[in-house]
Design a protein around this ligand. Structure first.
Ligand code: SF4
Ligand code: SF4
Length: 147
């Protein structure tokens, strides 16, 4: 019998609470993210890390404001860089870590009220693979640099 869970909308609906913009451990940015965001906010990509990031191990995460949320979060507008938000934000909650360990889905649901718990693992993995594939096939901006 076919699962009742077939699409992303069947298992997730964002409630716009903004809690994921607290980073859940940090919003990592790739070089592509840095170039895209810099173009969008008319800023110099070479200065982006100094101006908008903090170190986290060997990588960088977006700086957080006083409310603990990402520096690009706004109470009214939510994400002010929505069209170019980092890969990590675009992918959430359809992330590779759930394909590897499906139990992660219900754990993530404890922090994200948009995630429906208790989805059968087979259906869950199928949906995440489809969403990940869609995101990974978006054409990069011509000015983006390869990582
Ligand atoms: S925590 Fe979940 S429900 Fe809340 S804004 Fe983020 S994705 Fe949407
Ligand atoms: S870039 Fe946007 S979606 Fe991502 S954490 Fe910051 S405000 Fe939230």
């Amino acid at each position: 019998m076919e699962s009742e869970y077939r699409t992303a909308e069947d298992i997730f609906e964002c409630k716009m609470c903004g809690d994921c913009c607290k980073g859940f451990g940090g919003t990592y940015v790739t070089r592509n993210d840095i170039v895209n965001i810099s173009l969008f906010i008319h800023s110099d990509p070479d200065k982006f890390i100094d101006q908008y990031c903090d170190p986290s191990g060997s990588r960088h995460v977006l700086t957080r404001g006083e409310d603990g949320r990402c520096i690009f979060f706004d109470k009214e507008k939510q994400c002010t860089i929505h069209p170019v938000k980092p890969y990590m934000c675009k992918a959430w909650p359809f992330i590779a870590a759930v394909i590897k360990v499906p139990e992660n889905w219900d754990i993530m649901a404890n922090s994200c009220p948009g995630i429906k718990k208790g989805i059968p693992h087979e259906a869950l993995i199928k949906i995440i693979e489809i969403e990940k594939e869609k995101l990974d096939h978006i054409k990069p901006h011509p000015q983006e640099e390869k990582e």
